[in-house]
Design a protein around this ligand. Structure first.
Ligand SMILES: *Cc1c(COP(=O)(O)O)cnc(C)c1O
Length: 346
């Protein structure tokens, strides 16, 4: 355990002092026969009513799946919304900074830049491992948020748990751990540490294992103090009715998600084995996600040849520590077979 951090004292002053918008559905959240409070069209279209601004049913269902209470959950328009709101709530533009560990997911720095928030960069080690001492030595009084990603995008590896805990213990701002790919590992991730460390925020998403990228639904899991801040500044109806309904449907069928995950992991391992046999491949990095980072002798030739064959992978060759690397998402068995045939013909 570490001494309590007063979350309120980390929040930007204007956010701390503001009064949030209160919608019609916030002010009356029970059930009634006649709703004349929100200027909706009374005729049924299926969508003539505003959605639940607090997503109560959905949060309850999600809390049964994740070891957290409904009031420890924030739901947003993708995890991208949570990333943006964390920066806007805690970082004074031009003054406070965030820290990222390269190579990592691009949205942390994009959201910081949009908000005029300076970005400090630490580097992962050569094998994409977290060096806690290096991260902590790059932090100063202006640093409010540290973003970690585990399994990391684009490298695919889980970060070492002890190193992550060392960052959490050694830093007095918020540590955000993006677990978008956690379903593809047996690792439990960091939700189990939320009680011990109130400065921890975990991000999850419906975009990857759940197969619902098109719905846009992301989750932030944290202490209820942090969740209250994010909820205070979100758009009132940030998660639409269709998303709420379809996510509830998906949660009824967790088994299907687990079957996809099992299949994708199996395919990942056989794709990795086949890729390692190719003479064009230098290295396939270990992955705990649904993609492989692959270093090629000539990645730009491979990339453009695949495009000609109408196969698109992600060029990461200009990213730190990823020289010569392409990131390849694991597809269906048939898609992976076609990819391997194309690579064999190089
Ligand atoms: C794909 C991905 C996400 C998902 O973002 P959404 O906005 O929820 O679709 C989040 N973090 C990382 C690292 C990702 O790769």
């Amino acid at each position: 355990m570490k001494p309590m951090i007063a979350i309120e004292s980390l929040v930007r002053e204007n956010i701390r002092n503001m009064k949030p918008y209160s919608s019609a559905r916030n002010e009356f959240s029970g059930t009634a026969d006649i709703y004349l409070d929100a200027n909706e069209n009374p005729y049924q279209t299926g969508y003539n009513r505003y959605p639940d601004p607090d997503q109560r049913l959905l949060k309850e269902k999600i809390s049964e799946l994740i070891d957290a209470q409904p009031d420890q959950l924030f739901l947003g328009n993708g995890s991208d919304e949570a990333i943006d709101l964390l920066i806007r709530a805690f970082c004074e533009p031009g003054k406070d900074s965030i820290l990222i560990t390269e190579p990592t997911y691009g949205m942390y720095s994009v959201c910081a830049e949009i908000n005029g928030v300076p970005i400090k960069k630490a580097s992962l080690t050569g094998d994409f491992e977290l060096n806690a001492n290096d991260v902590l030595s790059n932090i100063n009084e202006s640093t409010k948020l540290v973003f970690l990603c585990s399994p990391n995008n684009p490298s695919g590896n889980l970060l070492n748990q002890d190193e992550v805990l060392k960052v959490i213990r050694g830093f007095n701002g918020l540590v955000i751990i993006d677990e978008a790919y956690i379903d593809f590992t047996n690792d439990k991730g960091f939700v189990q540490y939320l009680t011990a460390y109130p400065n921890l925020v975990i991000l999850r998403t419906f975009s990857k294992a759940w197969g619902l990228a098109g719905l846009r639904l992301g989750i932030a899991i944290a202490s209820k103090e942090i969740i209250r801040v994010l909820t205070k500044i979100k758009y009132p109806y940030n998660v639409n009715s269709v998303t709420q309904h379809l996510a509830l449907d998906a949660l009824q069928n967790e088994k299907l998600k687990n079957e996809w995950v099992t299949e994708i992991i199996k395919e990942r391992e056989s794709l990795k084995m086949e890729l390692q046999k190719l003479s064009s491949v230098v290295e396939v990095f270990p992955s705990s996600a649904n993609f492989l980072l692959v270093k090629f002798l000539d990645s730009s030739f491979v990339f453009s040849t695949l495009i000609k064959k109408k196969i698109i992978v992600r060029d990461r060759s200009n990213v730190q520590l990823c020289n010569g690397c392409l990131r390849i998402t694991v597809g269906t068995p048939n898609e992976n077979k076609i990819l391997l045939e194309a690579l064999n013909q190089l």
